[in-house]
Design a protein around this ligand. Structure first.
Ligand code: SAH
Length: 340
């Protein structure tokens, strides 16, 4: 049975129209789900019994299971169990501007980035739209506070699950849904060029982040296999097309990996690569994991790298770190569970 949290308002409208009923019932249902936040069809008290029965027949309203929660000062990590007993995770971060949640988009990931914990397990399946919506709804409920920002940077490659992702955005952004402003939503991709181009035509002004992590093909090929499919000479023009069409700015994520992509030459090469692009670079101190061969760049070297970019007029920030203690880097909680 399909889960109701995967339905956009227009999908529900079609559902009611197809049944010879009135479209405004969709708004009523939507408002029960997202404004009043009921968890059963029976509670939808302005809807007839007959209609509630057919909703119960046609939709599931089941939630996911939260099977582990780990808390640190301003970060909290949740492990979800899905209906097929697969596990995914989401991370809540408390910023001074509000609560932000990092959600997963797939079970496992096929992109195979060498430094990333999530990719240690091949993709099992895409998350359904409702599984993305429920990560947000359920954490908001546990927290008892509004979540104002969403980033799709958890397990998975969101652009490898494009259609469900887009439906997720449409639900959480809808004024009668969770009403999260498009500019408060960010999606991060390792660089699936055809989807970046498709995303340039998506009407909502959602922020785009690109996991760049290297200033040239030689290094990028070594740490991100996707670069052999979509090398920089394809990726950069696709980003330029996106910028031209949307008139926006793009974020480049750059994890600093000791002796791999953190030299002064790399910084200079990076500055020249992004020179004509309306962007800013987010330098990410690598979150070390037990399993992999990569090491974190020293703080001194991070600052050196940062200074070179600054001197070359690049907009650059160093990512605030959350949750080192509780394995908040992508995939770490899930892989810990697997080790148990
Ligand atoms: N597949 C998407 C989104 C998920 S990864 C993408 O590649 O963008 C989200 C971000 O976390 C990526 O920039 C990824 O490279 C980064 N990341 C993965 N493992 C990390 C680690 N151990 N420490 C710091 N950042 C990491």
């Amino acid at each position: 049975m399909t889960n109701i949290y995967g339905y956009r308002l227009e999908d529900l409208e079609n559902y009611f129209l197809e049944r010879g009923s009135k479209k405004f019932h969709a708004q009523q249902v939507f408002s029960w789900l997202y404004e009043k936040r009921v968890e059963s069809f029976e509670e939808m008290s302005n809807i007839s019994h007959e209609m509630i029965d057919s909703l119960k027949n046609d939709f599931s309203i089941e939630r996911l299971k939260i099977v582990d929660v780990q808390e640190d000062v301003d970060v909290c990590k949740y492990l979800f169990e899905l209906e097929d007993q697969e596990h995914i995770e989401a991370v809540l971060m408390r910023h001074d501007y509000g609560n932000s949640i990092c959600i997963s988009s797939q079970v496992g990931c096929n992109m195979g980035c060498k430094f990333c914990e999530s990719g240690r397990r091949k993709k099992v399946r895409n998350l359904e739209t409702y599984e993305m919506v429920l990560q947000l709804l359920m954490i908001e409920k546990l927290l008892g506070e509004r979540i104002s920002h969403v980033v799709v940077m958890g397990i998975g490659e969101p652009f490898d699950n494009y259609q469900n992702l887009i439906h997720f955005f449409e639900i959480i952004n809808h004024p009668k849904g969770l009403a999260i402003g498009a500019r408060h939503i960010t999606v991060s991709t390792c660089g699936l060029v055809p989807k970046i181009l498709e995303f340039s035509d998506f009407p909502l002004q959602i922020n785009l982040a690109i996991s760049l992590h290297a200033p040239n093909n030689e290094i990028r090929d070594k740490i991100m296999p996707i670069n052999r499919v979509y090398p920089l000479e394809q990726l950069i023009p696709a980003i330029e097309t996106y910028l031209k069409k949307t008139n926006r700015r793009v974020t480049f994520e750059y994890i600093l990996l000791k002796d791999i992509n953190d030299s002064e030459e790399c910084a200079l090469e990076l500055a020249s690569l992004v020179k004509n692009i309306n962007c800013y670079i987010n330098l990410i101190p690598y979150n070390e994991t037990n399993n992999l061969e990569f090491m974190r760049t020293s703080t001194v070297q991070i600052m050196r790298f940062y200074d070179i970019l600054k001197k070359n007029s690049v907009n650059v920030t160093i990512r605030k770190e959350f949750g080192g203690k509780i394995s908040a880097a992508c995939g770490q909680l899930r892989s810990k569970k697997e080790e148990l």
